[in-house]
Design a protein around this ligand. Structure first.
Ligand code: DSN
Length: 417
């Protein structure tokens, strides 16, 4: 019924072989990229299904193609489950990615050249929040706010001052590398008192938001976007949620404004993931993600590492490498950890003097390893390995020793199957 790996192996051994190697890689490394996760086999089955064959431009009941009986029901189910999960008035489940979920909001609320405020990429924001060579930065006049130099937490006074000075039509909040809770109430108050609409991009913390473990932007923000593949643990994709009054504008921004047919297989996989996230086990999972992140943070600090903002309230930490080893760049740290079987990404720190491809920080997250069943003691062990690898100066004996230990842990905790 669904896509068959056995068939692919015979018909295209080259692609099959590469996918098999990737599966093997995922099985044998400790995946700590904060934006990645391991989906359930049910999500994978839906994403690999015959629905990829179907065109369904439009919305359930209002399509431009025949034969949409099943995909209409699937999309309706995805919409209802997403509403149940987040308690939003309206959701469009068709955006192909988080960036496109944001694009839908910009198309619905801004004209080219309009001013918007968003968090600086170097302070934890996202490319689609107005980075100058991204479509958002090219089409609109984005002004950036950031974090305070002393606390490395969002400078809400600066947001307010910039809103007064620049009179933006839209304030964007949410981040891809920010370890602290975001005060959506305060930001919505700043936006609305300055005549702006507000978009919360919760791509990273969506799983925490829908389980009540992070402040909720839905009641106070005009628009809320997310990806579905990070803490939500669904397929790669996006969603755009909004208040009732913005429904038409968002729907027409998605189609025909920026996309053609939805990815019906991915919409089905989103429905499956929302169904999983509605179960009580998902809250237990998200609580463990937080406990794991805390344990990792505490152990790293006890080993002399410095964390951006001093710690974490969510699923990720930003390691500031400078006090640990002034000569070690984020890029070198990413490589060393990778050799030891710990996969992370280099990351700029606020006020970083290095370039993005070097960076002075490393972003580390716990969602994927928590899916595999790792707990606090494992995080402390991982902190120990991080310390060994980053102080190894590339010593092959140290790296090989750590690699065999990480491999052993991976074997004990297989991917979801
Ligand atoms: N969402 C980004 C990340 O956090 O990795 C990539 O766009």
């Amino acid at each position: 019924m669904f896509g068959s790996p056995g068939y692919l192996e015979k018909s295209d051994p080259e692609v099959y072989g590469l996918i098999a190697r990737e599966e093997n890689r995922q099985q044998n490394v400790l995946e700590m990229i904060a934006s990645e996760n391991h989906t359930s086999p049910a999500v994978l089955a839906a994403a690999g299904s015959c629905l990829t064959n179907k065109y369904a431009e439009g919305l359930p009941g209002k399509r431009y193609y025949g034969g949409c009986e099943q995909v209409d029901q699937i999309e309706t189910l995805a919409i209802q489950r997403c509403k149940d999960l987040f308690g939003c008035d309206h959701v469009n489940v068709q955006p192909h990615s988080g960036a496109q979920a944001n694009m839908a909001v910009y198309f619905a609320s801004l004209q080219a050249g309009d001013t918007a405020l968003a968090m600086d990429l170097a302070h934890g924001g996202h490319l689609s929040h107005g980075f100058k060579i991204n479509f958002s930065g090219k089409l609109y006049n984005f002004v950036s706010y950031g974090v305070k130099e002393d606390t490395q937490t969002i400078d809400y006074d600066q947001v307010n001052a910039l809103a007064k000075a620049h009179k933006p039509k839209l304030i964007v909040c949410g981040a891809s590398a920010y370890p602290r809770k975001i005060d959506f109430d305060k930001l919505a108050e700043i936006a609305h008192s300055n005549g702006a609409k507000i978009l919360a991009d919760i791509a990273h913390v969506a799983g925490l938001v829908c389980t009540g473990l992070h402040p909720d932007p839905i009641p106070v923000c005009d628009y809320v976007t997310s990806t579905t593949h990070k803490t939500l643990r669904g397929p790669r994709g996006g969603i755009t949620m909004c208040k009732d009054e913005n429904t038409r504008a968002i729907n027409s921004a998605v189609f025909p404004g920026m996309q053609g047919g939805p990815l019906c297989h991915i919409v089905a996989a989103k429905a499956v993931a929302f169904g999983e996230a509605l179960k009580p086990e998902f809250k237990t999972y998200m609580e463990q993600v937080l406990k794991n992140c805390n344990a990792l943070a505490e152990e790293l600090v006890s080993k002399g590492f410095s964390l951006c903002s001093g710690g974490s309230d969510n699923h990720l930490i930003l390691l500031d490498l400078r006090p640990y080893d002034a000569n070690l760049t984020g890029a070198q740290a990413e490589d060393l950890l990778g050799l030891g079987g710990i996969v992370v990404n280099k990351n700029l720190l606020p006020f970083d003097t290095r370039k993005a491809m070097d960076a002075s920080g490393v972003r580390i997250g716990t969602p994927a390893l928590t899916t595999r069943g790792l707990k606090e003691d494992h995080m402390r062990q991982i902190a120990n390995w991080i310390d060994k690898l980053l102080s190894s100066q590339g010593d092959q004996k140290v790296i090989s020793q750590v690699r065999s230990e990480t491999q052993e842990l991976c074997q004990q905790f297989p991917l979801p199957a």
